[in-house]
Ligand binder design. Sequence first.
Ligand code: FAD
Length: 389
Amino acid sequence: MENIFNNTEVAFALKSDTELDRAYFLFKMIDNQPLVRIGTAVTNFAIKAHLPVEGLIRATVFDHFCGGVNEVDCLSVVDKMFTKGVSSVLDYSVEGKEEEEQFDAALEMTLKTIEFAKEREAIPFAVFKPTGFGRFELYEKIGAKQAFTDSEQAEWDKVIARFDLVCQQAHDKDVALLIDAEESWMQDAADDLVTKMMQKYNTEKPIVFNTLQMYRWDRLDYLKKLQEKAKQEGFFIGMKLVRGAYMEKENTRAEEMGYSSPICDSKEATDQNYDTAVLYMMEHLDRMALFAGTHNEASSYKLMEFLEKKAIAKNDHRVWFGQLYGMSDNISYNLAANGYNDAKYLPFGPVRDVMPYLIRRAEENTSVAGQTSRELAMIKAERKRRKGK
Ligand SMILES: Cc1cc2nc3c(=O)[nH]c(=O)nc-3n(C[C@H](O)[C@H](O)[C@H](O)COP(=O)(O)OP(=O)(O)OC[C@H]3O[C@@H](n4cnc5c(N)ncnc54)[C@H](O)[C@@H]3O)c2cc1C
């Protein structure tokens, strides 16, 4: 397949020279692992101590990785990206909350983004995180097959009601709804709930999408079983495929608690698992829709190849590529320019509340873990190209 991802002119067409310089500076900093460690610790402390660091965070990492502090802020970014054919998924990225009030706020925000999506072609999906709608411990207890107390049961009933309300709204407004995946020890409860929503709301087409983290070796089997169930019962499957963002946490917990890790043995095994799942979904598109959430170029090429081989249109409405805002623009913009469906997660929320999200981004982009060298090489190439003009 022709290499399309190295076209930096397309990748950075929306970035001014100053913005390009800022991105370069940022990735240079993130590339330095000790600096990220120290930066993370200092920032966490400063936020907890209510030091006035929000301005600094906003001007650096926040503006690079987020669309704004609220959903309305994001709209100018949404419109701008859509001029190049790249769509947006508004992602309310407030994490780690434990209060009913905050769960209700996340529910309201998700409903609002469904409304936004209904009104705008540039926003084809809404999204939420299971633990945004209920306490982590409740999911965990179900996963561990522990009984609820009466008050926990009442809390869980509210979680079910929140899931049901957003899925019903998504269905009624005909907006596809992505549901993120999190740690394996809470995920069984979320999976069961999402499957119920698919059974209820995906009877005509895929509206509710679950997420499979393909760094888990058991997920391909899970997908195949779900496909059998869907076939028997006559519902559609919406699925986001990602590799997974909690690898270290998963391995550490498994080791500490003495069970075998749910994570594949190697990066290669994860890569293969991911691509096999993509192929499986392409072979069952009659009943499925795929959102391929990845920054991996090889996996993106494979999916492009599968589409070509199976004579599926590049812009088939059942196949989407997705990246995170602030990362892998070379993939997003070149896919869109070549006629594929592409959407970027656009996180938003108050600066201090999106810090866990930002820290995950900084950590996954350090020189040890991430693809920062590729980001830097791309930016460098584009700066050179512009200077040479
Ligand atoms: C649009 C979008 C939505 C997302 N939604 C979710 C979500 O709901 N839940 C979630 O968990 N993540 C989510 N992610 C994050 C995603 O999991 C990370 O982007 C991903 O971890 C990075 O993988 P990659 O496919 O971009 O490719 P790469 O950068 O090629 O792969 C890196 C990944 O490979 C895996 N890996 C690395 N080393 C090893 C090893 N030694 N053994 C086994 N596996 C290894 C890890 O998963 C690691 O993160 C989302 C990402 C995108 C772009």
